[in-house]
Design a binder for this molecule. Sequence first.
Ligand code: DX5
Ligand code: ZN
Length: 220
Amino acid sequence: MNNQTKIKIAPSILSADFSRMGEEVQSLEQNGADLVHCDVMDGVFVNNITFGIKMIQDIRKCTKLPLDCHLMIVNPEKYVERFAKAGADIITVHYEASKENLRETLELIKSTGVKCGAVINPDTPVEKIADVIPLCDMVLVMSVFPGFGGQKFIPDALGKLRQVRKIIEASGKAIDLQIDGGVTLDNVEEIKAAGANVIVAGSAVFNAPDRAKTLAALKK
Ligand code: DX5
Ligand code: ZN
């Protein structure tokens, strides 16, 4: 890892109190988060529904932190421009939702001036996205099947992180490597050792008795 790949913590607001979202996001900023991870779910690509463009627009007014929008929706290309306009700083799209259109969708995201990223589910091999990795600002390896917070980390993700990290190093580019799902204080060390530098944590942050301490411990 070079020094451009510093550790960043991206708490997932999926575990926040949605009735107090503004305060929740501000508390993340005050307690040392680096990004706000926004899980957008459509009830079709995944078996859950969260929020969409309006939420991103409103959160944008509450924080200066970059908004990391993880789109778990079908036909993400239809909504990319609106998420960008709403204030997303980075938009990540699933290989499983885009398949052969993934490259095109990533280019579309870039054309809006927003950073782009490709995501793979636990049952998708790294090879499926290998050719588009150099195009990405970030690669997201899912360590749970997307849909819900509070699931258990799938250890196979560690091997995939190592594999993606190798591809990133070979590209010579400063591409972030993100992990999402089941991250805790107990497994974050091995996750970082496997090459992840952007750590999503939902329940670990929002259920913690002391948010600042937990964020600092995840980052250290
Ligand atoms: C899962 C989401 C994750 C989730 C992480 O579909 O993409 O971002 O909120 O939550 P934890 O950290 O609780 O596994
Ligand atoms: Zn997510």
